[in-house]
Write a protein that binds this ligand. Structure first.
Ligand code: COA
Length: 257
C-alpha cells in the first residue's frame, strides 16, 4: 500500500489518483505496483465498470522517478512493477479514461496510448524524452505511434523528444478534448459516468476488439522495448542525462560514439 496512489470507488467508477505532488507525481516502483493493483481490482470486481486515471489540476505525472532509474529493471520486464502495470493496462478489458493536466511526461504520455478516452487541460505538457535521457521508447509507443500518426511524426516525438501541448495532441488524435484545467476531471468523470451506464459486456467486447488487431504485436514490441530499455538504463548516456538533471544543467553527449 502506498499513499502516493489513491483509489476510490464510486458509482461503478474506480478513480486512481497519482498523489506525489512534491515530486511532480514521479512514479516509483511502489507506485507502479499500486497502479497495477488498481487494474487487477477493477478486473476482479464486476461492480467496477470503468477506471479513471488522474492526478491534480497542475500535474498528471513527470514520468518515472529519475532516482529509481539507477536501480535498473531487474529480471523479466513483464514481472517488474512498471512492466506488470503496462501489460495490465494494455490487456484489461475494462474501459479506461484519463484526465491529465500539467506534466504528462514519459510514461505519463505513453500510458495514455492504452486509454480509451483522454481529456487534457490546456496546461498539459506532453513529452516522451526517452532518447534525450539515453533511453528508448516504451509502453508500445514504438509500435502504436507510427501506425497512428505516421512514421515521421512518431520519429519527431520519440527522437527529438520535444514537449507538445493539448492542442497539438488533439490535432494528432491522441486526446479527445482539450479543457480548462479546472474542468478536465469533471469532463472525464462525465465520460466515465456515461461509460458506466452503457451495457458493460458490450463495452468490454468493444475494448477487446479495438485492441485485438495489435494485441500480439504489442506484446512482442513491449517485451523488446523493455529489454532494450533495461540495457539503456545501464548506459553511460543515461548516466550523463540523469547526472545533468540532478545538477540542473544540460546533458553533454558530445563525447559518446
Ligand atoms: N523523478 C524524480 N524527481 C522529479 C521528477 C522525476 N521524473 N520530475 C520532477 N522531479 C522533482 C524535481 O527534481 C524537483 O525536485 P526539487 O524540488 O528537489 O528540485 C521537483 O520534482 C519539482 O520539479 P521541477 O523540475 O522543479 O518542476 P518544473 O515545474 O520546473 O518542471 C518537469 C516539471 C516535469 C518539466 C520537470 O520536472 C522534468 O522535466 N522532470 C523530469 C521528467 C522526466 O524526464 N521524466 C522521465 C521520463 S522517462
Amino acid at each position: 500500500m502506498t499513499e502516493l496512489v489513491l483509489t476510490e470507488k464510486n458509482n461503478h467508477i474506480l478513480t486512481v489518483r497519482i498523489n506525489r505532488l512534491d515530486r511532480k507525481n514521479a512514479l516509483t516502483h511502489d507506485m507502479y505496483t499500486a497502479l497495477g493493483d488498481a487494474i487487477e481490482q477493477a478486473q476482479n470486481d464486476s461492480d467496477i465498470r470503468c477506471l479513471l486515471y488522474t492526478g491534480s489540476e497542475d500535474c498528471f505525472t513527470a514520468g518515472n522517478d529519475l532516482g529509481d532509474f539507477a536501480a535498473g529493471l531487474p529480471g523479466d520486464f513483464e514481472d517488474t512493477p512498471v512492466g506488470r502495470f503496462l501489460f495490465l493496462l494494455a490487456t484489461t478489458n475494462k474501459p479506461i479514461v484519463a484526465a491529465v493536466n500539467g506534466p504528462a511526461v514519459g510514461i505519463g504520455t505513453t500510458m495514455l496510448l492504452h486509454c480509451d478516452l483522454v481529456f487534457a487541460g490546456n496546461n498539459t505538457h506532453f513529452q516522451m524524452p526517452f532518447a534525450n535521457l539515453g533511453l528508448c521508447p516504451e509502453g508500445g509507443s514504438s509500435l502504436l505511434l507510427p501506425s497512428w500518426l505516421g512514421r515521421v511524426r512518431a520519429a519527431e516525438l520519440l527522437m527529438l523528444g520535444d514537449a507538445f501541448t493539448a492542442d497539438d495532441a488533439l490535432r494528432m488524435g491522441l486526446i479527445n478534448r482539450a479543457c480548462k484545467p479546472a474542468q478536465t476531471e469533471t469532463a472525464a468523470l462525465e465520460a466515465c459516468t456515461r461509460l458506466a451506464a452503457q451495457p458493460p459486456a458490450a463495452i468490454r467486447a468493444t475494448r477487446e476488439l479495438l485492441n485485438r488487431a495489435t494485441a500480439e504485436e504489442l506484446k512482442t514490441t513491449m517485451l523488446a522495448e523493455g529489454k532494450l530499455f533495461a540495457e539503456r538504463l545501464k548506459s553511460p548516456e543515461n548516466a550523463e542525462a540523469i547526472t545533468a538533471f540532478t545538477e540542473k544543467r544540460k546533458p553533454d553527449f558530445s563525447n559518446f560514439s
